[in-house]
Design a binder for this molecule. Structure first.
Ligand code: C6P
Length: 412
């Protein structure tokens, strides 16, 4: 049973006041808040078993290793990865994608090959592929986005062709909110012998994601958006794809044997985790997953759908504001971006902040898509399990006040 009051009481930060008002945190796509259970798990590392992992025979080191590997198992189960070794801990989504770009991609992509992304990508799933294209002589192509904020799949037969080596696509757009048909794209990519990478930064924290069902080759997400601390992220890779991949970073932990002039590589996942890993935040990520599992990811998704549906309807009452992305809440994740013909989003964001409401304003690291629709920036409210319809009411009421203030206030 989904109990928002109970959930809210687990998040200490939600009791704080901002500018004299109760905090309304609607910037979850940027980063999520942390429940007491995650904060406690992180403290327990430092209070009880802090020690380097995979490196000691003493009790603390073995306990730390056990907790670290347990976190890996939790992540694997959470996304239904067939084995924990296919889960590589990295810093964040950005590092996960760069890892694939600088290992698998430069080893498997060559002149004349094609890399396919979409027009709605976050810079993290675009700029690394620009570099790979530059390094390998491959061509970078993009699936267009329709006026309604969906991927235009009408040209897919031509866009995914025998030259395509990789399809790199965002699962849920952090700007338009669109949920993309990644399973279908995976089938199409595989039909031409290409691989698929899914940027799941905005999906894994918010809905059930099953890497076997999606049949993806790579999937990336960040811990800090799923209630864990910043500095821990995940790259899932199919074993058959990365088994023989060259390492990304070189140093301790990723080697099997080292001589003065050469070295051999460890098995996965260690081969891709050079140096001391961020075991403390990985343990906290495990606790965040426990927390979400206790609620159930289906429940998380339906709560966010409800809030989003409520928000989309409520936004209709606002003069001068236009919602971006698909109109149908079932086609979106839990976020709503908007722009005003009259007021700069930074002004709206500042006005809301004065009332304790946190939203994001700017280009959300999705500059090309903003440019395509002729906007320098937008506002964005993004939701998580602790948000309520009462908070949406407050947002709408305050936006109304802001719109009045900026359009009529100065002359009244
Ligand atoms: N989007 C937002 O406010 P990192 O920074 O590596 O943890 O995540 C990058 C990233 C990649 N893909 C998508 C779809 C994302 O939304 C993000 C992060 C934040 O929208 C910060 S720019």
């Amino acid at each position: 049973m989904f109990n928002s009051e109970q959930i809210r009481s687990d998040f200490p930060i939600l009791t704080r006041k901002v500018n004299g008002h109760q905090l309304v945190y609607l910037d979850n796509a940027a980063t999520s808040q942390k429940p007491r259970q995650v904060i406690d798990a992180l403290s327990s590392v430092y209070e009880q078993f802090n020690s380097n992992v995979h490196r000691g025979v003493h009790t603390l080191s073995m306990e730390a290793t056990e907790h670290y590997e347990d976190a890996r198992r939790k992540v694997a189960e959470f996304i239904n990865a067939p084995e924990p070794e296919t889960v590589i801990f990295v810093r964040n989504t950005t590092e996960a994608i760069n890892l694939v770009a600088h290992t698998w991609a430069i080893q498997n992509i060559g002149p004349g090959d094609e890399i396919l992304t979409t027009e709605m990508e976050h810079h993290s799933n675009l700029v690394p592929w620009q570099k790979v294209a530059e390094m390998t002589g491959a061509k970078l192509r993009h699936i267009p986005v329709t006026d309604t904020g969906l991927l235009d799949t009408s040209q897919l037969d031509q866009l995914i062709n025998e030259k395509t080596r990789l399809v790199a696509v965002v699962h849920v757009s952090n700007f338009l909110g669109t949920i993309n048909p990644v399973k279908d794209l995976a089938d199409r990519a595989h039909a031409v012998g290409a691989r698929i990478l899914i940027d799941s930064a905005q999906s894994v924290p918010h809905m059930p994601v099953d890497v076997i069902d999606l049949d993806c080759d790579f999937l990336a997400f960040s811990g800090h958006k799923i209630m864990a601390p910043p500095g821990i992220g995940v790259l899932y890779c199919k074993r058959s794809v990365i088994q023989d991949m060259e390492p990304f970073l070189r140093g301790g932990e990723m080697v099997r044997e080292v001589w003065f002039d050469h070295a051999t590589w460890n098995d996965i996942p260690n081969r891709f985790e050079a140096g001391t890993p961020n075991f403390a935040d990985a343990v906290a990520l495990g606790a965040a997953i426990d927390y979400l599992n206790a609620i159930g990811m289906e429940q998380v998704r339906s709560h966010e759908m409800e809030i989003t549906k409520y928000g989309l309807e409520a936004f209709q009452s606002l003069e001068y504001l236009k919602i971006l992305g698909p109109a149908d809440h079932t086609l979106r994740g839990g976020l709503i971006a908007f722009h005003s013909t009259e007021i700069h989003p930074h002004d709206l964001g500042t006005f809301l902040d004065q009332k304790g409401i946190a939203i994001r304003t700017g280009h959300h690291c999705v500059m090309p898509m903003h440019r395509k629709i002729g906007l320098p920036a937008s506002g964005r409210a993004s939701f998580y399990i602790y948000n309520t319809t009462e908070e949406i009411d407050l947002l709408i009421e305050t936006l109304k006040a802001a719109l009045t203030y900026f359009t009529k206030g100065s002359s009244s």
